[in-house]
Design a protein around this ligand. Structure first.
Ligand code: UDP
Length: 340
């Protein structure tokens, strides 16, 4: 298929671009580099041995989006583009709602106008809110989220469902990611957060490389195996493979919309992840236990059965793989991608 990948220069997008190329798909990237660097493109071309067409603009620009679809033919879209920082979304809710929703509206408008009817959407386990039973199952309702970022995911899932339901032949896969970590095994691409990382794995990696003094563990009095929060960490290479599986499944799907959890089905605590990272680095890493972070849930993980049964997809990488690959990327690129 010829696939337009929005946000293809980002963390999950870039790994998925490689997986798509490896599976024989043609890829076109649209990205405005709001939260990524253009130098990722050269790395993707080196790794794939292919030239990857790029359109550098903001999808909220409906005219430019329309022009792209008028001038090129696509079989499908994988829509990663969007703002994704939970804390920032609380500070700047309007920016989040405007950016994440408007870009989706532009895309949907152009897709329906030009007969592009296959879409894979980057959703998140955050749509299960704070009352869903663990493990999370795709049929849980009602969806809700505790941050404006998360609410954009809930809203976009709703919009896509409504549009697909009334558009003949339209097929949408909603991929609900758990906690993506890890990097390409080459060490050439990986997660490159701007500023102080909010997420656990990039923070640990920056402690290991000497960019941060120590990890702050947000609470050790949760009702979990060791008192620290448990999450379902999933290797970004598995996640990328999940997108290819979903894309290839779309033409055979009976319903217009289907949600799939992309997780391993296993919970790992903050201290377990830290200790796995210490094994990858070969020495202990400094940490201190501090107050719980507001809004954090104690523990959740996926029920990944549906993706296994319907997409034929399953996560295969272990926590040690995730740490080893993150460490290779971080140690070989201590400051992330070069400016260009
Ligand atoms: N966490 C932590 N210190 C940090 C960042 C995260 O202890 O500097 C904990 C957090 O409380 C949660 C887990 O690590 O239990 C995963 O947090 P992350 O922000 O990576 O993902 P999310 O909260 O979105 O699941």
């Amino acid at each position: 298929m010829r696939v337009l990948v929005s946000g293809g220069a980002g963390y999950i997008g870039s790994h998925t671009v490689l997986a798509l190329l490896e599976h024989g798909h043609d890829v076109v990237i649209v990205d405005d580099f709001a939260n990524s660097k253009p130098t990722v493109l050269g790395r993707l071309e080196t790794l794939s041995g292919k030239t990857i067409p790029l359109h550098a603009f903001d999808l909220t620009d409906a005219d430019k989006t329309e022009h792209l679809f008028a001038s090129e033919k696509f079989d499908a879209v994988i829509h990663f583009a969007g703002f994704k920082a939970v804390g920032e979304s609380v500070e700047k809710p309007l920016d989040y709602y405007r950016n994440n929703l408007d870009s989706t509206f532009s895309l949907l408008r152009a897709m329906t106008r030009h007969g592009v009817d296959k879409l894979v959407f980057s959703s998140s386990a955050t749509v299960y809110g704070d009352t869903a039973p663990v493990p999370y199952h795709e049929d849980y309702e009602p969806l809700s989220a505790s941050s404006p970022y998360g609410r954009t995911k809930v809203m976009i899932e709703r919009v896509l469902t409504d549009v697909a339901t009334i558009t003949d032949g339209f097929r949408v896969a909603l991929l609900r990611y758990f906690n993506p970590v890890g990097a390409h095994p080459s060490g050439m691409i990986g997660e490159d957060p701007q500023g102080i990382p909010n997420n656990l794995m990039p923070f640990i990696a920056q402690v290991a490389v000497g960019r941060r003094d120590k990890l702050r563990v947000f609470g050790d009095d949760y009702p979990t195996k060791d008192g620290t929060g448990e999450r379902d960490y999933i290797h970004v290479m598995d996640l990328a493979a999940g997108h290819v599986a979903a894309l290839e499944h779309l033409p055979t799907m009976d319903e217009p919309v289907r949600a799939f959890n992309l997780g391993t089905g296993e919970g790992t605590s903050v201290l377990e992840l830290l200790h796995a990272f210490e094994r990858a680095v070969g020495h202990e890493l400094p940490y201190e236990v501090v107050e719980r972070r507001a809004g954090d849930l104690p523990a959740y993980w996926a029920d990944p059965t549906r993706a296994q049964q319907e997409l034929g997809w399953q996560a295969t990488h272990t926590i040690d793989d995730m740490c080893a690959d993150t460490w290779r990327w971080q140690s070989e690129n201590p400051n992330g991608f070069p400016e260009g």
